[in-house]
Design a protein around this ligand. Structure first.
Ligand code: SAM
Ligand code: SF4
Length: 372
């Protein structure tokens, strides 16, 4: 992450954040000097799985089709983000592969922002049939969510018996040269026992596995800090079967700390989003499927860009300027950490008292609705 010195005291102005004190720069900068280079774009709320840590069993309420951003609108917003310094774009959801027009989305993105790295976070179901068209459209990389390689366990966790389709998707991504294929596994009491088998599978297949501490973003709101499987507990379990040597982070803003497995070159990463918060280095901004900007997973505040996109401005330049200003303002208002400094007075805190810096603001949307 590039930090910009603001020369300002780190005190939030009273009242609505506005853009008071914002330096005159195009960059998407916040009040703490963090600059956004990484854009997550959620493209749908729909999903082919129902992971218990993410979705309710019945799925999320459907977003009316007209409210979803079109491929051309996504391309236009990414193009604006690119001019403001975005260099990594990751499609997410819900499940991005649920959008039949995903390749078109990638194509518009590539055309609007030729220099960005385009990746996708996916459960990989159906990827084997679509990976070629996605690569041809400009997709550079995939992160696949895989919590276990035990079929019965997978069916329990995701409420769907679809592990073979996921594994076929991963093999197709490897075959299409989308390496390194990263695997994301959410760390839960239920996944701990299978963690060593999952790591062995990842090493054998040349995938880079990262475990993520479970965050309070489940639609069922059943997360509890005392149930949390910490990074340290996972290290103890993995260390009983593999030799692990710390190798640090890929770069300072990368959320995963890495360990070489049995002397390398294979590595395993841990994203300790709860016990070793990396909010201070966060360089992300997010677009929801309906076209709002969200600066923090836990912020709850969203700024509507779709309305600005769809106004009948006589030329794009006029509405582009309004979108730029709105996006810059949303970034300026980014909470420092976990959303607590921006929460509504009556909103709850999760995992600690409201004044506990370790606590999380309770979010109105779950992970699948925000886009992880
Ligand atoms: N469906 C795609 C997938 O599963 O990769 C993309 C959307 S999913 C919401 C994005 C990422 O968020 C996945 O890696 C998933 O494991 C992670 N995730 C979902 N709920 C989470 C939670 N409560 N805590 C931590 N990570 C979570
Ligand atoms: Fe679907 Fe991804 Fe959420 Fe699992 S984590 S329910 S695959 S959106």
């Amino acid at each position: 992450m590039t930090a910009v010195a603001l020369g300002l005291p780190r005190v939030r102005p009273a009242g609505p954040p506005g853009t008071l004190g914002r330096p005159d720069t195009d960059a998407l900068i916040d009040r703490y000097g963090r600059v956004a280079h990484d854009l997550r774009v959620s493209v749908t709320e729909k999903c082919s799985l129902r992971c218990t840590y993410c979705m309710p069993a019945e799925g999320l309420p459907a977003i009316p089709r007209h409210d979803l951003l079109t491929p051309a609108e996504i391309g236009r917003l990414v193009g604006i983000g690119y001019r403001l310094g975005i260099r990594d774009v990751r499609f997410t959801g819900g499940e991005p592969l649920m959008r039949a027009d995903l390749a078109e989305i990638v194509r518009h993105t590539r055309a609007a922002a030729p220099g960005v790295r385009i990746s996708m976070t996916t459960n990989a179901i159906g990827l084997d049939k679509r990976v070629r068209e996605l690569v041809e459209a400009g997709l550079d990389r995939v992160n696949v969510s895989l919590d276990t390689v035990d079929r019965a366990h997978f069916a329990d966790l995701t409420r769907r018996d679809r592990l073979p389709q996921v594994l076929a998707g991963i093999q197709a991504a490897l075959g299409a040269g989308l390496s390194p294929v990263k695997l994301n596994a959410v760390l839960m009491p239920e996944t701990l026992a299978g963690a060593t088998d999952l790591l062995a599978w990842a090493v054998e297949h040349g995938c880079r596995l990262r475990f993520i501490e479970q965050m309070p973003l489940d639609a069922d709101q059943s997360w509890a800090r005392d149930q949390l499987v910490s990074a340290q507990r996972l290290l103890d379990v993995l260390g009983a079967r593999f030799g692990l040597t710390p190798v640090g982070r890929e770069d300072p803003s990368a959320p995963a700390e890495e360990w070489a497995v049995d002397g390398g070159p294979a590595t395993v990463g841990i994203i300790a989003s709860v016990t070793r918060s990396f909010c201070g280095d966060c360089d992300r901004t997010r677009l929801t499927a309906e076209g709002t900007v969200r600066s923090c997973l836990f912020g709850n505040e969203e700024v509507d860009l779709r309305a600005l996109l769809r106004t009948e401005a006589p030329d794009h330049a006029a509405s582009d300027a309004a979108i730029v200003a709105a996006w810059q303002g949303a970034m300026w208002a980014k909470p420092f950490a976990h959303g607590l400094d921006r929460r509504a007075p009556d909103a709850g805190a999760v995992g600690g008292a409201a004044d506990d810096p370790e606590a999380f603001a309770r979010t109105e949307r779950s992970m699948g609705a925000i886009g992880g």
